[in-house]
Design a binder for this molecule. Structure first.
Ligand code: HEC
Ligand code: HEC
Length: 190
């Protein structure tokens, strides 16, 4: 009996370790990021991406893209330029381990139009904004102005991915705003 209780206690202790991602040590490069993304990954401006709870593998790929200049953004290219591979791994792990906060900051009147336009997106971004691979971003709950900006960036070429280029080719700006308004209010539960 005593033995069973102790075993249960041990299991509980292990469970705490497994489900508490914030136990990861604070990366030394984090100080560079918190002015814009916070410690918890919630952007201080709606144009800055929310990073908390985003897929870790995707975050690594984006930081590498900003560092090499393949993905262009005046603020982020400068921030990523000096990061080592270890910094990138640690920062991605840190932000992926924070809670994902649903921004829901789009235009509520455009959600239905966005849903109607999202049929084509589901194949890769999932029915609820969760992608089929960790190399790709979670869209559900991301900040709407940020999502809108990314669709424009794929269209203008400041951001490139072979799969997204075709997607945005025929999208008008008003459709991008509607899609951003749809994805930002998805909370993964309904
Ligand atoms: C001066 C403000 C600023 C600082 C400091 C900053 N960022 Fe950013 N970050 C931005 C902006 C603006 C964007 C949106 C870029 C765009 O529109 O393409 C962004 C985007 C990102 C993205 C892309 C997210 C996605 O969903 O694709 C990642 C990852 C990121 N930042 C990580 C970091 C990390 C890690 C640091 C610290 C080393 C950092 N940022 C520091 C402003 C900043
Ligand atoms: C064939 C697969 C595919 C389809 C279909 C697709 N996407 Fe994507 N999407 C991707 C991939 C892959 C990325 C990651 C690009 C990168 O790594 O830069 C992405 C990235 C994005 C991003 C950037 C998110 C961020 O956090 O920075 C947005 C926004 C986006 N997609 C919206 C859409 C919308 C809206 C549709 C439908 C109109 C759509 N996508 C259809 C594959 C797809």
């Amino acid at each position: 009996m005593k033995c069973v209780t102790r075993f249960a206690g041990l299991l509980a202790a292990l469970a705490v370790i497994v489900v508490t991602p914030s136990l990861a040590a604070e990366p030394k490069a984090l100080a560079t990021c918190i002015g814009c993304h916070g410690k918890d990954g919630v952007g201080i401006s709606a144009d800055y991406a929310n990073l908390g709870g985003q897929n870790r593998a995707y975050l690594v790929l984006q930081l590498q893209g900003f560092r090499s200049g393949e993905r262009k953004n005046v603020l982020m290219n400068g921030m990523a330029a000096g990061l080592s591979d270890t910094d990138i791994d640690e920062l991605a792990a840190w932000y992926a381990g924070q809670a994902w906060v649903v921004a829901d900051n789009g235009n509520a009147n455009l959600v239905e139009e966005g849903l109607n336009r999202a049929g084509y997106c589901h194949a890769c971004h999932g029915m609820k904004g969760y992608p089929v691979t960790e190399d790709w971003p979670i869209l559900a709950g991301q900040s709407a102005p940020y999502l809108d900006n990314q669709l424009r960036a794929f269209k203008s070429g400041t951001r490139y991915h072979p799969l997204m280029v075709n997607v945005v080719k025929d999208l008008q700006p008003s459709a991008m705003t509607a899609l951003a308004s749809y994805y930002t209010q998805l909370n993964g539960l309904d």
